[in-house]
Write a protein that binds this ligand. Sequence first.
Ligand code: FAD
Length: 826
Amino acid sequence: MERVLIIGGVAGGATTAARLRRNREDLEIILFEKGNDISYANCGLPYYIGGEIKERDALFVQTPDAFGKKFNIDVRVRNEVTNIDTSAKIVTVRNIETGEEYNEIYDKLVLSPGALPVLPPIQGITLDKVFTLRNVSDTDKIKNELEKREIKKAVVVGAGFIGLEMAENLHNLGIRTSIVELGPQVMPPLDFEIASVIHQHIKMKNVELFLNDGVAKFEEKGDGITVTLGSGKTIYADMVVLSIGVRANNELAKKSGIKVGATGGIEVNSYLQTSDENVYAVGDAIEFENPIIKKNVITYLAGPANKQGRIAADNIAFGNKREYKGAINTAIAKVFDMTAASTGVCEKALDRNGMDRATVITHSGSHAGYYPGALQMSMKIIFDKETGRVFGGQIAGYEGVDKRIDLLATVVKNGGTIYDLQEIEHAYAPPYSSAKDPVNIAGFAAENIIEGRLNVVNWYDVAKFKERNALIMDVRTDEEFKIDRIPGAVNVPLDTVRERISEFDKEKEILIYCGVGLRGYIASRIFIQNGFTKVYNLNGGLKTYENCIVEQSNVDIFVNEKAADAKELLSNPAENLSEAKRDNVKKLVVDACGLQCPGPIMKLKSAADEMQAGDLLEIKASDPGFYKDSESWCRVTGNKLVSIESEKGVIKAVIEKGGNVGKADKKDVSYDEKTIVVFSDDLDRALASFVIANGAASMGKKVTMFFTFWGLNVVKKTASVPVEKDMMGKMFGWMLPSSSKELKLSKMNMMGLGTKMMRDRMNTKKVDSLEKMIDAAMKNGVKFIGCQMSMDIMGVKAEELLDGVEIGGVASYLERAEQSNVNLFI
Ligand code: FAD
């Protein structure tokens, strides 16, 4: 009887065995598994540890006995294959229970030995409080530890999909959890823009996150363990779970002369045959050509392992007829309330392989905004600029991520294009999707780029545009702009673009942005159709920009138990009511879920307008930006944020009308800003103002300069701008300096000689000129506000001031001054 031996009894091995039997009753099949179990659900292990999967038995798809009987297979658990003699077609097996060694001959052999956890030579890595998670016995050890001792604090090392699943499950058990990741982001298959969404979510969940910091050593300390990071920081924990990655289990293959490739995976042909024609291999242990980058890679995923098992079994049973086409690495993981998923190749990987591409980032609702419960998802599509072929896609969101990633995966797998994305005919009814599904929208947006209807730039390009002194234009509403913006941007709400278009210079670069990219696209089209050629739209809008530039880590939150305090602070609205009577408080409930920016803030404002001081407003929104926006809105408008929480993607804020009037609430104010009122247009005073402003900005402080009366002359454009002025305006114009270049010293001016001497002297001493200092301040993110009232009196027009100077009233200045601990009048 023909004999097939299989090494490894889980995803790839068990599938091969079952399919072989279904194919051929006449084969003798022996399955060797060195562990206790076969065909178990590795993917469910973190959820069993966290208690989501209640019964241990649920992890076992099959027991060895039942599997053996059902398929007439000789299943030998706790039997490890230790050698393969490919020329004699004999394997040597060690019975782990008895220590006995024996040989078995084969006609065909299948290798499915999986992967092994990476264990770098870090001091203390073998301590008994350091765990890895690969199989059921690892799971039992962790579970046992959690039951045996009181575990208050855990560290998960490695922020891949499994590391994050473990972090969530430990956190759900009430354990303070820290994640330590050597790289700059979680989940390597994601690009930074999508990973940053996950970082912000992890922060919200009060999980500590160390990025760009690896483990230097583990040391036992009392009942626990200290984890010392590369940065020198030390974290104390009761236990550590290592999830730094895996490598192909290739030892047996290497030892037997079976070829192993450059990645460490066993080499196979398209029939999944190794370098020895009688030996097939499947699963985590093999490398195979990725159909996009055309290089061999290892895919550590259950789906491909199962599919390969089926193909290998068919080829063994009926001769080599079925070919494997390679995996595109479609993966998904639940990360607290969010889902992160990816398919195909990420931008970073294309970069590493020198492949050109374009990208589009969209933020769409999981279903129609007008039907309750729509939640936002951020999607990035990577595609060929010329042909539109989709190389990959990534999504982070709360609902419907699985269905969209599968649509993308189908297109990527079939070599489809962004035009295919547009044509996907999805099932639509309001509770499930929109008439234009997020994948259609991504396709439409990508087409605009390919067809040259839109120039898209990315969040990391903004700094370059600022350096080139481009005009950064925010086309959101005035309300939104007040709350938040890119420093130096001017506000031109979309509805005013057409009437104001003549104000702008066609020769100047204009970087347009809005909340998520849609209004920016509309504004760009207006400019482009009016003959502007240097117009660019920010990919993913302010949402992506802010996610990427804010702090990504979440460190030291357990020092002094800050996290717990913060949670309590925000979860007890009754305690936080200021003057409001706790009983009989009028409460208005507003649902802004499903609305994209500026919807939630507009709803918040109109609801607040209807309320009396002391009334409460409970507002729910699904736009993730609302978490930050509602805080800023309260700060700016003198209302009080009583509580804010996020649950399954819905942000619920409780706001007390007028609760902050007349007082700066220390919890909401950073006190780390500096404000300078520039009243004088004396050269020396202007210089002093900018020396201080630049110094503070370079120390990471937020600086606002308020130019009023004569100070306005400091920030006038050097080139004269033709503007309409009344008689008084014209007279002021003749008498006042026309720009910073005409400013004079307050003392020793000596008919201009002193001023010239000062400028020369600064030049010799290599001190930047005033103009260079002004430029540097703009680039450093210093906020310039021109006083509206002084401008009216003196007839100074907005167009005469440097690009980037915002026009504001005293309220804009006071709002910043209230948050400052230094306020200078010069
Ligand atoms: P495995 O399933 O690992 O099986 C290999 C088996 O071979 C092991 O049981 C091993 O004991 C045995 N073996 C090795 N050498 C020998 C020998 N010499 N003799 C006898 N037996 C031997 N993938 C997903 O797609 N989605 C997920 O959500 C997901 N979650 C995961 C969660 C965890 C905690 C883990 C550990 C993995 C997860 N994976 C997930 C990955 C997925 O489980 C693997 O890709 C898949 O199991 C690989 O199948 P395989 O047959 O190659 O290896």
